[in-house]
Design a binder for this molecule. Structure first.
Ligand code: GTP
Ligand code: MG
Ligand code: ZN
Length: 258
């Protein structure tokens, strides 16, 4: 269900509103198709956890790109901070506020950061998306005081068990709603050409007007503004490495879909 679809008290869909803005990714299985996660929302909360499972920055960067390409504000919710944040994570996380992505530290376990999270979602329609097992449903359940099914992550690989199986819209009064979504294994981008990728990363986007070639992919092209910015330390090498990984996967898919 998407925000804007009102299922009546007996569960029937009584109206379907126009889809104005949405966030989508590529379907995991079958032929190349768009999977719309949620529509008519105001912002995207990218939920990850410090451990069990550990945050994957490639997935976070893809998610942020999908939000940016839909013109949706996004922020990071780093959950399970009660488990402790290792130094190397801390360092990498410090990149995000510098590129305009707020980082909220939360713990459903210790209640840390939940007030701040509530402030962020007040009066808005917010979709929570992230890998399985990071605590999306737990957060919603706690903040709204409702029962939602959650389940422990698996002990042997520390991955979630894909507990939530459908998108659910939880209205919470005064224009606030939270959309819970099934956790993903991988966030594959949909509808972005290789040449468009850098424009969906704010730190790279700020530099691409300096590229000599309009179709620059920012790899080894002469006169590349992105490469110059890395040299001048305006772009973090880890963000650039992430970009290269994403570019590679999009190019590969394009090749396979042909
Ligand atoms: N230590 C710790 N565990 C948490 C926290 N938040 C959630 N959990 C646990 O993490 C497990 C997974 O939580 P869920 O809320 O089911 O995760 P989800 O993101 O909704 O997962 P899917 O529905 O599979 O996408 C549960 O056992 C929760 O109790 C937290 O802040 N700290
Ligand atoms: Mg869930
Ligand atoms: Zn370039």
């Amino acid at each position: 269900m998407t925000a804007g679809v009102d299922a009546g008290p007996d569960g029937r869909i009584v109206s379907v509103e126009e889809r104005k803005v949405w966030i989508s990714r590529r379907r995991d299985v079958g032929r190349a198709r768009e999977l719309i996660i949620a529509a008519n929302l105001d912002q995207v909360a990218c939920v990850f956890s410090v451990a069990r499972p550990t945050i994957k920055f490639g997935a976070l960067d893809r998610l942020l790109m999908a939000a940016m390409s839909s013109n949706l504000p996004a922020f990071l919710v780093l959950n399970k901070v009660d488990l402790g944040i290792p130094d190397e994570l801390q360092e990498r996380l410090s990149i995000y506020p510098k590129i305009g992505v707020d980082v909220l530290h939360t713990s459903v376990e210790s209640s840390l950061g939940l007030g701040e999270f509530e402030d962020r979602i007040g009066g808005k329609a917010t979709v929570l998306t992230g890998p399985s097992g990071v605590g999306k449903s737990s957060l919603i359940s706690r903040v709204l005081g409702i029962e939602i099914r959650t389940a422990p992550v698996s002990d042997h690989n520390e991955k979630g068990k894909h507990t939530t199986s459908a998108v659910t819209w939880h209205p919470a009064g005064e224009g606030t709603s939270i959309i819970d979504t099934p956790g993903f294994r991988d966030w594959a981008l949909w509808g972005l050409d290789p040449q468009e990728l850098a424009s969906c990363m704010p730190d790279l986007a700020a530099e691409i007007s300096n590229c000599k070639f309009r179709d620059c992919l920012h790899r080894q092209e002469p006169g590349c503004g992105v490469l110059a910015a890395i040299e001048q330390e305006r772009i973090h090498p880890l963000r650039y490495r992430s970009y290269l990984g994403i570019l590679e996967s999009v190019l590969e898919r394009q090749e396979r879909d042909r």
